[in-house]
Ligand binder design. Structure first.
Ligand SMILES: [Zn+2]
Length: 323
């Protein structure tokens, strides 16, 4: 895989990661859900039976908070409503540690398997639940399994209607469960089918010319050798001059989690290299600069979103496009 990256990218990676000279603030994100919530197991675990499984999300999230604290990194935590309703103290702990709380929906249903009305009601409930716990507006949204695709772009209009300021649900690749292959790769304003616009921070990919390599976290982070991830991410910072957005789930640093009997592909995607994940994450945190989604968008002048004619703290106007 390393062969796919050019010599100059290898040099850029060494510069970025080796000297600490990568000055762009990238977004560190965590999707707060448990091992039995994942879409890969949805066929073998009935949503109505979630309460029967041993919950490990509290301890694993606390370990991530501790780990991020060690590297003085603030992150954005997209919290599943199901988790927030059972563990409100955990949500407060995340916020009190200086991290941003954002929304990962209520029940982890795929957006394109919901009607717009169902999506509206679930998402509204999840947002209100989080805001009630932290007493602060929740600005960000990420769909279960990146399930805002070409056939569910109507969700963008609903997110704007519900008061979300940004979304991070678009994976600009081809995949069996998610993805918009031709979508823009860097943060941009995008419109829903009804014409409303939202600031989109798509999941990061390395453009190889003939294909896009998903290098932004989760199963891909555990699949590729660390060097490949590091080179690809450094290239996004150095050669393209844009931040990347990285994501992880609390269960990905928990090799001792109960094993679920699912298809071979689902088991591979879920369990591959769990034991290596935490040490790779530590390397990543030590070699790149990270902040919340808003910190990262702020550095490229896209946050905060201000009204026409207004300016942010650095004097850069970021007007919201007309809808
Ligand atoms: Zn999820």
């Amino acid at each position: 895989m390393a062969d796919l990256l050019s010599k100059s990218e290898e040099t850029a990676a060494r510069g970025a990661a080796g000297t600490g000279a990568a000055l762009i603030t990238n977004a560190m994100t965590v999707d707060v859900e448990d091992y039995f919530h994942v879409s890969a197991f949805a066929r073998v675990i009935d949503r109505a039976h979630w309460d029967r499984y041993e919950c490990r999300v509290e301890n694993n999230t606390r370990r991530l908070i501790e780990l991020l604290g060690r590297y003085e990194v603030r992150a954005t935590f997209f919290v599943l409503g199901w988790v927030a309703s059972r563990y409100p103290d955990l949500v407060r702990e995340i916020a009190n540690a200086g991290h941003e709380i954002a929304c990962h929906g209520l029940t982890h249903k795929l957006v394109y398997e919901q009607t717009p009305r169902e999506f509206h009601d679930e998402t509204k409930t999840a947002k209100a639940l989080l805001e009630d716990i932290i007493q602060t507006p929740v600005n960000g949204y990420r769909a279960a399994s990146y399930s805002i695709t070409a056939r569910s772009l109507w969700a963008i209009d609903i997110l704007v209607e519900l008061g979300f300021q940004y979304d991070s649900s678009i994976f600009p690749i081809r995949h069996d469960r998610y993805g918009i292959p031709g979508a823009a790769r860097k943060p941009h304003w995008m419109s829903g089918t009804g014409g409303a616009s939202i600031l989109e921070f798509p999941l990061s990919t390395k453009n190889l010319g003939f294909a896009r390599l998903p290098v932004s976290g989760g199963g891909y982070f555990r699949l590729f050798p660390y060097t490949v991830t590091r080179m690809a991410l450094a290239s996004i910072n150095r050669n393209e001059g844009i931040p990347f957005i990285f994501y992880l789930h609390p269960w990905e640093i928990d090799p001792g989690q109960p094993r679920i009997r699912a298809s071979r592909l689902s088991r591979f995607r879920h369990y591959n290299n769990l034991a290596k994940c935490e040490s790779m994450l530590c390397r990543l945190l030590g070699e790149f600069r990270f902040g919340t989604v808003c910190d990262s968008l702020g550095e490229i002048g896209l946050w905060p979103i201000v009204g026409p004619g207004a300016q942010d703290s650095r004097g850069v106007a970021t007007p919201r496009p007309r809808e």
